[in-house]
Design a protein around this ligand. Structure first.
Ligand code: SAH
Ligand code: SF4
Length: 356
């Protein structure tokens, strides 16, 4: 069986292919020049090209469907080798600006929200991905491939400023090994050069894995899906809280190595009449004491049959004001791509969340 070359970091590739500068060239062909055929890699010797063809594929997942939202975000449904499907979302953060002659004066900026698993084991009450159960982990190449396919589809040049958020389907820390490889492949200077500081792992709070991620010292950013400030409610919303309660998650965050200039992001899904009162805001301020944190308030996105409701904007704004008044950076996240179900927790297999 041929291996997917996208599964390999450059280090792994250079163990297979000597001399090691060939791995650099291969990365440049695949990720920068986006050539999908070994035969066309002109600076690689012919016999090596033949060998590569025998041993490897360049397995980019197929885009089955593209949906474009009114706000410009685009949702992609991908078909994997074994017939399963996953989703990823492209979110334009800044539009390209051109002068009168048509020259680009400001480059566009993007965030790409990728999936890390088919389905998810964690089973959060409010999340649509959870409804289909867990199927399997994605390989590093399937994670990397989502981004490559989106670059190709949107003609994004390899040097463009792109953020990656692991906020699509799945719990990235439940697939840490493959996600870590994807982080390295994305950040490779001979590839897409997406620095780890522009990659954010969002987790439901697998405390021991947060610790492990910290020990790996990859330099990635961390986002915690907190959503509730007392264990009783969090347990109801997120069964994972039974194994790792709020205190253990906060402790793991406190030990996590984070760039001096950066913050740990706390995602707080605001659900009507459940966690949107000032009492909760007060408790949140206490919990985050001593952490360089940023809170993102997310409106709960209802889906057909969902047991919860979207909160009133005034309540969310009051909540935000309380945090700001108490020295905590806090933004309200307008869900993007609502009209195409590309928003948080609305990603699922064979559908037609991204927390940005
Ligand atoms: N499994 C990881 C990353 C994927 S979920 C995690 O849970 O962090 C990405 C984000 O979408 C999480 O913060 C998640 O809590 C949020 N989310 C899930 N369902 C949602 C919904 N219905 N409305 C709004 N956000 C939701
Ligand atoms: Fe899994 Fe995240 Fe959805 Fe929870 S919110 S079920 S952890 S994808």
């Amino acid at each position: 069986m041929r291996r997917n070359i996208l599964d390999l970091t450059r280090e792994e590739l250079s163990e297979n292919i000597k001399p090691s500068f060939r791995a650099k060239q291969l990365f440049q062909w695949i990720y920068q020049k986006r050539v999908d055929d070994f035969a066309k890699m002109s600076n690689i010797p012919k016999d090596l090209r033949t060998k590569l063809q025998e041993d490897f594929t360049i397995g980019v997942p197929k885009i089955i469907k593209e949906e474009i939202s009114k706000d410009g975000s685009k949702k992609y449904l991908f078909g994997l080798q074994d017939g399963h499907t996953i989703e990823a979302v492209l979110l334009p953060m800044k539009k390209e600006e051109r002068d009168e002659e048509g020259n680009i004066v400001k480059e566009a900026k993007y965030t790409i929200c990728v999936s890390s698993q088919v389905g998810c084991k964690v089973g959060c009450e409010f999340c649509l991905t959870a409804k289909g159960g867990f199927v399997r982990n994605l390989t590093p190449g399937e994670i990397v491939g989502q981004v490559l396919a989106i670059y190709e589809q949107n003609k994004i040049p390899a040097n463009r400023r792109v953020n990656i958020v692991y906020m699509g389907m799945g719990e990235p820390l439940d697939n840490l090994e493959n996600v870590a490889k994807a982080i390295k492949i994305f950040s490779d200077e001979f590839g897409l050069s997406i620095s780890p500081r522009r990659q954010t792992i969002s987790t439901s709070g697998l405390a021991p894995k947060i610790k492990k991620l910290g020990e790996m010292n990859l330099g990635v950013l961390l986002a915690i899906s907190l959503h509730a400030v007392d264990d009783e409610l969090r347990q109801k919303l997120m069964p994972i809280n039974k194994a790792y309660n709020i205190e253990s998650v906060i402790q793991a965050v406190k030990e996590f190595p984070i760039d001096q200039r950066k913050r740990v992001m706390f995602e707080y899904l605001v659900i009507k009449d459940l966690n949107d009162d000032i009492k909760a805001a007060k408790k949140l301020v206490k919990l985050l004491h001593g952490i360089k944190a940023k809170v993102n308030l997310i409106y709960f996105n209802p889906y057909p049959g969902s047991p919860f409701q979207r909160p009133e904007p005034e309540r969310v704004e009051k909540f935000q004001r309380y945090l700001l008044d108490h020295g905590i950076l806090c933004t309200i996240r307008e869900s993007k791509g609502l009209d195409i179900s590309a928003a948080c927790g609305q990603l699922k297999e064979k559908s037609s969340g991204c927390a940005i």
